[in-house]
Design a protein. Structure first.
Length: 294
């Protein structure tokens, strides 16, 4: 289990490093960085799947597409939703919107809990209800202050649950489905790289990009691989708890990049952080119950 914990924390750290890393890639914009990340990550993901024997999922999925061509429409949908999230993750640090995206990742577990209740009829525990109530206070304060949530936060909170529900509906919630999603993003990735602002003159002025761009792919692929390894090595509950490490690190990166939490934002952040803490406590409770049962 210790290997799984180390892998999960390492994945969160690598995602946070990538969050900060975009600030080093000037004059590339968010779209071009997204293109390079996709182009460089896919070969590494392919190699990992070949070595881990997960490649069979791709063959099974292609067979299903031949039998049911309409499945391709669903996969185009999941690919588009994933692409938006990958782009936003890289765009936000370049435009001073890191805190808004990290807020989305803090709210995401709660959004998933509510999605399970609404879509799949799952019952909420008392602690989950308490967490939802705490989060509602933060959301209510934000709506009172500004009339709406930042669009970056909403994209994460609304987009990811739709993505996961659609993947489950299409039965592509495995590495083969992720590989196909990224393959469908390749035309956009190529377009952004070809049409991006980077020129030969820029490369001459910033020779470090020759090393920084390939390193982006290495960081992205490494983060994805250790994340998958952690999901296989850890009990589901503990894996879910450790996923809260990432948004904490993302807030740290946002502050490191010069963003600040203003005084009128604390009443938004604190109740939401309290909600996350409640979910963590519930997860610890479930883990203890499982250990006693064993």
């Amino acid at each position: 289990m210790s290997k799984g914990i180390i892998s999960s924390v390492m994945a969160s750290c690598l995602f946070a490093v990538m969050y900060f890393y975009t600030s080093l890639l000037a004059p590339l914009d968010g779209e071009e960085i997204f293109g390079w990340r996709t182009l460089l990550t896919l070969p590494c993901l392919t190699l990992f799947m070949l070595l881990s024997k997960d490649w069979r999922h791709v063959g099974e999925l292609l067979t299903r597409i031949r039998q049911t061509p309409a499945l391709l429409l669903g996969m185009i949908g999941t690919s588009s939703l994933l692409g938006i999230q990958l782009w936003l993750f890289l765009w936000a640090p370049l435009h001073g919107r890191s805190l808004e995206v990290s807020m989305g990742y803090f709210l995401l577990p709660l959004a998933m809990v509510l999605t399970g209740r609404v879509v799949y009829g799952e019952r909420l525990s008392r602690l989950q209800k308490l967490a939802v109530g705490c989060a509602a206070l933060g959301v209510g304060h934000e709506l009172y202050q500004h009339g709406s949530f930042a669009w970056e936060t909403l994209v994460v909170v609304v987009g990811y649950p739709i993505y996961f529900v659609l993947r489950r509906r299409c039965r592509t919630d495995h590495l083969g489905g992720l590989w196909c999603d990224m393959c469908l993003l390749l035309p956009w990735a190529l377009y952004f790289v070809i049409e991006g602002p980077l020129t030969t003159a820029d490369l001459a002025a910033h020779p470090g990009l020759y090393g920084l761009i390939p390193l982006l792919g290495a960081i992205s692929a490494s983060a994805l691989i250790v994340y998958v390894l952690a999901s296989r090595l850890l009990p589901f509950g503990l894996f879910g708890l450790l996923s809260y490490v990432e948004p904490v690190l993302l807030v740290g990166v946002a502050l490191l990049l010069g963003e600040t939490i203003t005084s009128d934002q604390w009443l938004t952040y604190l109740p939401i952080w309290a909600a996350v803490l409640v979910l963590v406590l519930e997860g610890i409770k479930h883990l203890r119950q499982r250990r006693r049962a064993v």
